[in-house]
Design a protein around this ligand. Structure first.
Ligand SMILES: Nc1ncnc2c1ncn2[C@@H]1O[C@H](COP(=O)(O)OP(=O)(O)OP(=O)(O)O)[C@@H](O)[C@H]1O
Length: 230
C-alpha cells in the first residue's frame, strides 16, 4: 500500500495537502484542474518535491527521506526522455544501468522488454527512425525493465493521436497486470481514466483527495471537477 499520512507537499510557494492510501496493484488516474497540483503529487511521491509534513510510505517502508533513485518507483514522462544518439536497446538498457555496462543476463532482460512492448527487430534503430507510438513503446520498455513496484506516469501519451493513445493505455494496463505494478497516471482526459483506472485521485482546492471509484466520480463529479470537465 502507498500511504500519504497527513502529508504537506511544498512546490515553491505552492502547497498541497494529501492524506490518502492506495492499495498495491491498483491503477489510479490523477485528475483535476490545471495548476491544481497533479504533477506536484506525482513528483513528491517520486522524491523530487519535498514533503514538509507527514509521512510517505510504501508497504510499511518509509520513503519520506529516501533519495529518488532508491525508491521503488519508475517514471514515464510525456516526451519519453529518449536519447537521440542511442539505439532502442541502449535507451531501454539505461533503465538498468546508466553506464550501459550490462551483463549477459541484463542484456537478455533488455531484449525481452523490447519484445514485450512490440519492438522486436528494432533494437539497433535510433529514436528518429521510429514513429511517435514506437518511441512511446521504447520509453515504456525502459520502465518495464526496471521492474519497480510503482509506476508514475505524467500525461505520458498526450502527444499521440487518439487511436495510438488507446493502444498505449491498454499496453500499460496489460503490463501492470502482468507485473503487479501499482500505477498512478496524471491525465487531462477523463476517457483515459475510464479506460484503465479503477480509481481516481481528484486533485483540487489544495488537496489530493482519497481515491474514489472512477465511474462514481466521473458520473457524479463534485463542483471543482464539474467546472473543469465542462
Ligand atoms: N517550482 C515551482 N515554484 C513555485 N510554484 C510552482 C513550482 N512548480 C509548480 N508550481 C505551482 O504549483 C501549482 C501546481 O502545479 P502542478 O504542475 O503540480 O499542477 P498540475 O495540476 O499538474 O497542472 P497542469 O494540469 O496544468 O499540468 C501551480 O500553481 C504552479 O504554478
Amino acid at each position: 500500500m502507498l500511504k500519504l499520512d497527513r502529508c504537506l507537499l511544498e512546490n515553491g510557494s505552492f502547497r498541497l495537502a494529501a492524506d490518502l492510501e492506495i492499495d498495491a496493484g491498483r491503477r489510479i488516474a490523477v485528475i483535476g484542474p490545471s495548476g491544481a497540483g497533479k504533477t506536484t503529487l506525482i513528483e513528491a511521491i517520486a522524491g523530487f518535491v519535498p514533503i514538509s509534513e507527514g509521512k510517505l510510505s510504501w508497504n510499511g517502508q518509509e520513503l519520506t527521506g529516501v533519495a529518488p533513485g532508491q525508491r521503488p518507483i519508475a517514471m514515464l514522462f510525456q516526451d519519453g526522455n529518449l536519447f537521440p544518439h542511442l539505439s532502442v536497446a541502449q535507451n531501454v538498457g539505461l533503465g538498468i544501468r546508466p553506464n550501459l555496462r550490462l551483463s549477459r543476463e541484463e542484456q537478455d532482460r533488455v531484449r525481452a522488454a523490447i519484445a514485450r512492448v512490440g519492438l522486436r527487430g528494432m533494437e539497433e534503430r535510433k529514436p528518429a527512425a521510429l514513429s511517435g507510438g514506437q518511441q512511446s513503446r521504447v520509453a515504456l520498455g525502459r520502465v518495464l525493465v526496471q521492474g519497480r513496484d510503482l509506476l508514475l506516469l505524467d500525461e505520458p501519451f498526450a502527444a499521440l493521436g487518439p487511436a495510438l493513445k488507446v493502444e498505449m493505455l491498454d499496453l500499460v494496463a496489460e503490463l501492470a497486470e502482468e507485473t503487479g505494478a501499482t500505477v498512478l497516471m496524471v491525465s487531462h482526459d477523463p476517457a483515459d481514466a475510464r479506460r484503465i483506472a479503477d480509481q481516481v485521485v481528484l486533485v483540487a482546492d489544495g488537496t489530493a483527495h482519497p481515491p474514489m471509484p472512477t465511474a462514481d466520480l466521473l458520473d457524479n463529479p463534485p463542483p471543482a471537477l464539474k467546472a473543469y470537465l465542462g
